[in-house]
Design a protein around this ligand. Structure first.
Ligand code: NIG
Ligand code: FE
Length: 414
């Protein structure tokens, strides 16, 4: 049995003997920390921890001893919303937006998601797998230890299945947990612009049965927003997914008060994501639900949208999760430390709230609460060790620089 002992940890962050499913409201500002601590990993699990003066283990009993003097240890980030399977980047649209076009105007002209779908159609499964694996390696090195990945750049049966098969391969060949989400309802293909219900029918009657039969998805998603899928279409698709046992995680209220939050809640969505347009009615709906509101501040940053009202949501008693939305159009980065910086700077979240959002609450949004998101005995040993820094507040403060020195997944250093 491998036994890794990490000693002299300056701060062991997010330590919870009994980890909660979610952290909400005023509890989000509470982050449990052990100062001057040790952590023991046995094989792939967290086995024990405590304060240095009370270390229960003789160092000679460990197969490896790591001296973390001056360093912090914390659970890896959980990133519950990404689109990292894609064929190519979209930096020319980035330039178009600098010149004044909006994200929606670019989409209406056949750019955006449709542009990604065109490229993906002509890219082989192996090439998609290779580039997605490189992105996965990149985010793991930046401290992510659990991730959700969506389809949605296929927009026809063949290409959606191709994307989901790539995600399945990624699941099989990586040690971090990966959840797959079917997002056929990401945009209407041009040929269905005037016959929207025919595309919804194709999603429901053609794509879903094959995806379910081949067990290619854990969740179903719809982009419910102005110019994309309306609440009625969203409701039809989510209900069809539920028949196949797929819980929903939806894109909602990014571009307008789209009713997406309400449709998600009424379909018992696991999470509703984006939420730039969230008012009192939306907060009320979320308060009476088990749906995790998930904020993606790097998208609001990159598209220069106004930021979601995180403060109002937390002060009303809600939990919030944070994720990267890593994708080629609206957030070409999966750097969760930067997402935390944006949450603190633009969402006015405290570092404690941002860390809870990116660990416990984001694990909940992938149904990984039992195994990930906290330093708890018996959970997976997915954690990272920082460089020498004073405290955890330094992580969001030092935006753009990497403070993560060593990453462990399932007890193995990456
Ligand atoms: O989460 N909002 C919808 N979908 C993605 C963007 C996809 C794209 O532009 O390629 C998002 O932001
Ligand atoms: Fe997204």
């Amino acid at each position: 049995m491998s036994r890794i002992l990490i000693k002299n940890i300056k701060q062991l962050i997010q330590v919870r003997d009994n980890a909660p499913l979610t952290v909400k409201g005023s509890d989000m500002a509470k982050l449990p920390v052990l100062e001057n601590a040790w952590l023991l990993i046995e094989d792939h699990l967290i086995s024990d921890y405590g304060l240095m003066p009370n270390m229960s283990l003789d160092e000679h009993e460990a197969t490896q001893v790591i001296d973390a003097t001056g360093r912090l240890v914390m659970p890896t980030w959980c990133d519950s919303h990404t689109h990292i399977v894609y064929a190519s980047c979209r930096q020319l649209e980035f330039v178009d937006r600098i010149k004044g076009l909006t994200y929606e105007q670019i989409a209406e002209n056949g750019g955006g998601i449709l542009n990604s779908a065109k490229k993906l159609k002509n890219t082989s499964e192996d090439d998609l797998y290779g580039s997605a694996q490189a992105r996965l390696d990149e985010i793991i090195s930046m401290g992510t230890g659990a991730v959700e990945i969506k389809s949605g750049y296929g927009l026809n049966t063949e290409s959606e299945l191709k994307m989901l098969r790539v995600i399945k391969r990624l699941k099989q060949s990586n040690s971090i947990p990966i959840k797959a989400t079917f997002l056929g309802a990401h945009a209407f293909p041009t040929e269905f612009k005037n016959n929207r219900s025919a595309y919804v029918d194709q999603i429901i009657n053609e794509m879903l049965p094959q995806i379910a039969e081949q067990k290619l998805a854990d969740y179903i998603d719809v982009f419910c927003d102005r110019g994309f899928f309306n609440p009625e279409e969203t409701d039809r698709i989510l209900k069809a997914g539920e028949k196949y046992g797929l819980k929903s995680k939806i894109h909602a209220n990014e571009l307008d008060f789209s009713q997406g939050i309400q449709v998600g809640v009424s379909n018992k969505a696991l999470s509703v994501d984006h939420l730039e347009f969230t008012g009192d009615k939306e907060i009320e709906a979320l308060l009476n639900s088990n749906t995790m509101p998930t904020l993606l501040p790097s998208t609001a940053f990159f598209l220069k949208l106004h930021y979601p009202p995180a403060r109002k949501m937390i002060d009303a008693g809600l939990p919030v999760a944070l994720s990267s939305d890593y994708n080629p159009g609206s957030s070409p980065s999966g750097n969760m430390s930067f997402v935390l910086s944006l949450a603190c700077i633009h969402l006015n979240m405290l570092p404690e709230e941002a860390i809870n959002a990116a660990t416990v609450n984001s694990a909940y949004a992938m149904e990984l609460s039992e195994t990930h998101g906290t330093i708890t005995r018996g959970k997976k040993a997915n954690f990272f060790i920082t460089k020498q820094i004073d405290n955890y507040q330094f992580i969001p403060y030092s935006f753009g620089s990497s403070v993560i020195e060593r990453v462990f997944i399932g007890g193995k250093e990456i």
